[in-house]
Unconditional design. Structure first.
Length: 642
């Protein structure tokens, strides 16, 4: 029997990460793929996304009966990750516990002070955890495994570091273990959210960050072909239509990045991409930004961090202030959404400097601004100089939300108030801008996002802890509710029809049989993702089925029924769902050739029209669909010589 390893995400919630969506635990997808390749049975349990507590975690461990339990952690989640391992030991004292991630990598001695932690995986995990499990299962000596730390008697031993994996294309994955129903991007209706890493590492040297130290300022990229193949697999196999690119610096290599964009444009998968990169790369790529947009990029995060050159130089951001301004302007010019962050709470912070940051952030004018509390990671280059100002060692507060650095001239509560007021002031002005936007997709996207931010648990919790709801914040909340009500008012529906014909060099009877066979529907209707639960084995009028259709990057489910079935003459289907569609096929011809006419009758409810697209976009998409269907049927029928 294969030995089992249970990967568990810490049940930590601070409100920010979860504002926009439920994110796939990508680290576990790659780790699970690695250990499965070595002959072990992996299980992924995303307690964070499921909002399960330790009661449910305890039950899961008891049910799975794993041989190993592994957790991963950043600084703010490390206490909960440790509690997972402690719980596992309480259930089964002989179980092997493993922890990895950025914080355990640097703070392995601190981790191993806890007797319920057996091993710390340091650095890149896939090869290390695979080799560790193989070693333990064979009774080997863990000293022979590179990249780990463990206790040997009373002594803590750290083995030599493992070199980074050079060929990232070869990393196995375990996407089949993901419970896909759990992962959504709340901003886009009926979305399925996935994540694909196209590169690893960061070659820069920001002193407040840890990524450059974790990756030794190195960078490695997958081939564009490999990354796009994985994106295509997730889109076609699991219906993923929104992808997060979690790379620290995906655009590091311009030629590689452009090739990746070209491949996505060629594939035309109808997906949305969310990404982050550096401002100077956006300026560098100003001639490529149209490719970003065409490939599916809708949302770009750039870390501005500060609005004055003195602070940027202090944190070694290695960029000029004006570059951030140019980058945001260029992204907006190409119709994409911008997001950035500004750090507050430096030791030298004052009310005046906060006001200056707020004022300049409005000049930058990103679509989304985050005002973050500087966190003193205990392994960051800045830690020693921040140490005298650290007000608490409670790692749970090291989340960029709770101030833990007490400035010389401000209290922690004053910093807290300043952060809330920055959000209030920025988004009050932003709301006025959004309401005048002409682009219905962007308008809806920003309104939904703003509501998510202002109603997020971190805002609500802060207001609760501060004891009151400031009138200005209440005013913004009320305006958002009013605008939401306006968005929900009934609007005029769009009803239309498209009709096209094509001549096919194949017998009419054979073409009819091909078109009406449900097994072929997803072959020639490229936007049809899945057909299932057919009510009868024989295709005939009255047969019902369920379907999943992709439009504008969104998966839509519904039920269908064959309304007409006249052999070699006419075939019609009615599909009900968010967008009611009636498809009608007319056949005429003889034993040598067929004329096939395809009609699409469709309705778009008023409450949807203008939210995801305008009527011209809908008509264009349906016309494109009709052309594609006829071309597919013609090409397949003639090529297969049916």
């Amino acid at each position: 029997m294969k030995k089992k390893i249970l990967f568990i995400t810490p049940p930590y919630h601070c409100g920010v990460v979860e504002v926009a969506g439920h994110w796939v635990p990508l680290t576990f997808v790659y780790l699970a793929g690695a250990v499965r390749e070595a002959g072990f049975e992996p299980v992924i349990y995303d307690a964070m996304t499921k909002r399960h507590g330790f009661k449910e975690i305890k039950k899961k461990i008891s049910e799975e009966k794993p041989d190993y339990v592994a957790a991963t952690a950043i600084t703010s989640t490390v206490f909960d990750a440790l509690e997972i391992l402690k719980t596992a030991k309480e259930i089964k004292p002989g179980i092997t516990t493993i922890i990895g991630g950025v914080h355990p990598h640097f703070m392995y001695k601190e981790m191993l002070e806890n007797k319920f932690v057996d091993y710390v995986v340091r650095g890149e995990g896939e090869e290390t955890i695979k080799e560790l499990l193989l070693c333990l299962s064979k009774g080997g000596d863990p000293a022979d495994v590179k990249g780990i730390a463990y206790r040997s008697g009373q002594k803590i031993t750290a083995t030599p570091p493992r070199q980074f994996i050079q060929d990232l294309d070869k990393l196995p994955t375990a996407w089949d273990l993901v419970e896909w129903k759990d992962y959504r991007y709340f901003v886009i209706p009926k979305s399925r959210l996935g994540s694909v890493s196209t590169s690893r590492g960061c070659s820069h040297d920001c002193t407040f960050c840890s990524q450059q130290k974790f990756w030794h300022q190195s960078w490695r990229g997958r081939t564009p072909e490999s990354a796009v193949k994985e994106i295509e697999h997730l889109a076609k196999t699991y219906g993923v239509n929104v992808f997060l690119i979690p790379d620290e610096h995906p655009t590091h290599d311009r030629a590689r990045w452009e090739r990746l964009l070209d491949l996505l444009i060629e594939k035309d998968l109808g997906i949305y991409l969310l990404m982050e990169t550096r401002a100077e790369d956006i300026v560098r790529d100003k001639d490529l930004l149209w490719k970003y947009k065409k490939a599916g990029v809708i949302h770009i995060y750039i870390g501005v961090e500060a609005t004055d050159q003195e602070t940027l130089d202090l944190i070694k951001k290695d960029v000029k202030v004006e570059i951030g301004l140019d980058a945001i302007r260029l992204i907006h010019e190409h119709g994409m959404i911008t997001e950035t962050s500004f750090l507050l709470g430096f030791p030298h912070e004052t009310k005046k400097s906060v006001a200056k940051t707020l004022k300049l952030s409005k000049i930058y004018n990103p679509d989304f601004a985050h005002y973050l509390a500087l966190a003193p990671w205990p392994y960051a280059d800045m830690y020693k100089e921040l140490l005298p100002y650290i007000a608490t060692k409670d790692y749970r507060k090291y989340n960029l939300i709770d101030p833990v650095i007490k400035p010389e001239k401000m209290s922690l509560k004053a910093v807290d108030w300043a952060i809330i007021d920055c959000y209030r002031s920025f988004y009050m002005g932003k709301l006025k801008e959004i309401l005048t936007m002409k682009d219905p997709f962007k308008k809806r996207y920003l309104l939904v996002s703003m509501k998510l931010i202002m109603n997020s648990s971190f805002i609500v919790d802060k207001l609760g802890s501060l004891g009151m709801m400031p009138p200005q914040v209440q005013e913004l909340m009320n305006k958002l509710k009013t605008e939401e009500a306006e968005e929900e008012k009934p609007a005029q529906e769009l009803t239309s029809k498209i009709s096209m014909s094509v001549k096919i060099s194949a017998p009419v009877g054979k073409v009819f049989d091909y078109v009406t066979n449900p097994e072929n529907w997803t072959r020639y209707v490229t936007s049809l993702v899945d057909v299932r639960n057919l009510s009868t084995k024989t295709v005939k009028a009255g047969m019902t089925f369920e379907w999943t259709y992709r439009m504008l990057g969104m998966n839509m489910d519904g039920k269908g029924r064959i309304t007409e079935f006249h052999k070699d003459k006419k075939f019609a289907m009615q599909m009900e769902g968010s967008f009611p569609i009636r498809e009608v096929y007319f056949f005429s011809g003889d034993s040598k050739a067929t004329t096939l006419t395809f009609e699409i009758h469709y309705e778009v409810p008023g409450k949807v029209l203008g939210v995801i697209a305008n009527r011209l976009v809908i008509e264009k998409l349906n016309r494109k669909e009709a052309v594609a269907v006829l071309k597919k049927v013609k090409d397949i029928c003639e090529a297969e010589n049916i």
